[in-house]
Write a protein that binds this ligand. Structure first.
Ligand code: ADP
Length: 165
């Protein structure tokens, strides 16, 4: 079975991530969306919330599994018997970091390849940070994120607002 790992913070999952997942499922028998528990990015959503949003948004895809990991990505991927790490490339701004990561990961394990997929152009400007920024002003982000993430963003920011009253 050809398994691909799609790792990320998914804080929250966006339509850009969904685009990459939809492309990945055509290439692999199984795609594991692996949500990192690494707190270095100080995520807005807890690991459980992020997993829940990914699960709800990928329910219709039978060969997608959702998991979390806190190990070194390469070790986690090998443990899962994956053959590839899947990453999205939006613009040249992603390139330098992704190139470095892919080469380091290749050095760590020759058994894994990194596969870069480009999303539809309409998602190339999208990332989780900008979505959170816009949502924090209670603006509508439903065109940027799946329904489950939109709901959670609304809950999170209305709760924050109430707290400040
Ligand atoms: P990370 O913390 O690894 O940057 P993200 O959840 O932000 O985690 O992203 C996970 C992967 O999805 C990365 O490869 C990133 O480049 C890709 N990605 C994020 N947003 C988009 C998008 N709009 N279109 C395509 N790929 C994307």
């Amino acid at each position: 079975m050809r398994i691909g790992i799609y790792p990320g913070t998914f804080d929250p999952i966006t339509n850009g991530h969904i685009d990459i997942i939809n492309r990945s499922v055509l290439l692999f028998d199984k795609v594991i969306v692996a949500v990192t528990t690494n707190p270095s990015k100080s995520p807005l959503f807890s690991i459980d919330e992020r997993i829940e949003m990914v699960l709800s948004s990928t329910r219709s895809l039978s060969n997608v599994e959702v998991d979390s990991f806190d190990d070194l990505l390469v070790n986690y991927a090998l443990h899962k018997n994956a053959i590839a790490i899947i990453r999205g490339l939006r613009a040249t701004s992603d390139f330098e970091f992704e190139f470095q990561m892919a080469l380091v990961n290749r050095k760590l394990s020759n058994e894994l390849v990194t596969v870069f997929l480009m999303p539809n152009e309409k998602y190339t400007y999208l990332n989780s940070t900008i979505v959170k920024e816009v949502a924090s002003f209670n603006a509508d982000v439903s065109c940027f994120v799946p329904e489950a993430a939109n709901k959670k963003l609304l809950e999170k920011f209305s709760a924050k607002k109430t707290k400040h009253l």
